[in-house]
Design a protein around this ligand. Sequence first.
Ligand SMILES: Cc1ncc(COP(=O)(O)O)c(C=O)c1O
Length: 389
Amino acid sequence: MEHNMILSTAAQNALPSGVRRMFELAKNYPDAINLTLGEPGFTTPEHIIEAAINGLRDKKTKYTPNAGIKELRDAIAYKLRKENGIACDPDKNLIVTAGATQGLMLAIATLVDKGDEVIIQGPNWPDYRGQIDMVNAKTVYAKVDEHNDFKMTADVIEPLITDKTKLIIINSPSNPTGGVLDWEDLLKIAELVKKHKIFIISDEPYEKLVYDGFEQRSLAAIPGLEDYVLTINSFSKTFAMTGFRVGYICANEHIVENLIKLHENMVASVPEPMQLAAVEAIHHGDGDVAEMVKYYDRNRRLIVDGLNRINGFSCLCPRGAFYVFPNVTGFGMSSREVAEYILEKTHVVTSPGDAFGPDGEGYIRICYASKYEQIKEALARMERAFGTK
Ligand SMILES: Cc1ncc(COP(=O)(O)O)c(C=O)c1O
């Protein structure tokens, strides 16, 4: 082929999504129960939708400052101080992004060069790997262990650090495992980061989806980490606002100045009506979140108890996010075969663990953010198909 017509290496090497693949296969089954995508089962609260509509009516249809509208930066800074204990100057330490997805891509593009190494959890949210590949850096997986509640702790990370390590990404609560990091775990990670002088992203979009009294804390609340930590968050999961595409990064002033330059090249700014909806979510959305979390918690207990009764599954009870990541080695097949087998026998759609990197083999991911009755029906179908212990 003519050289000019060859697509970029990044595009050619990009891995197709193993989650989407199952999603597509499910279309062959009209009665499928789809538990693949990490999508809240609720629609966005009405008052948040109203705020976006009002923004459009008020003709907020232009570009905004690259860093986001002042009103939203003020609201985020207030939230970070109050809820996360993070000192944050809205004019210096914040940038509003198109969801955490673009926030992460922007941060990686700003921090990481070709050939650098980035340590992420394995199994991991697949986009981390895709984004690291896009800047021609190397992904290094810190394999987490089910027997240690899937925690990416300092002692798992430290042996992987080399002179090429530029960035560590932590994600608590985690997609796909639902695992969380306790305050003691964060303190040890903070020591590691200071000792080796490495940037660290704390990706926290599931921060409010926590259960059993778990107290979610932010790495950036630990003093002395200002030069190292970028806190990335989003309105998507917490407020059921995935389609609004609003997130943010909080980091030191020097990093934010550089984020803003690349952000201009990527998206310029996030639509203003969506930013206004995010302001509404911060100031008046907590009641909605509490209700949703209560609902997810009920689903969580239903699915964990249900799966642990069924032959082939062994499932930890996660303390965060809205996923379970059961061990399915009891089926004696690869995770992809198990997901396809479950689909074929029960029309329940799950994601194979290998869609979350090589360390996901032996597991499947189930999102329990959908309706309680659907989960009940999915469990009943699996119980009929595979029998109970
Ligand atoms: C761990 C993690 N980080 C970031 C995101 C991105 O979310 P959004 O771009 O909708 O804010 C997701 C979405 O699934 C996720 O699971």
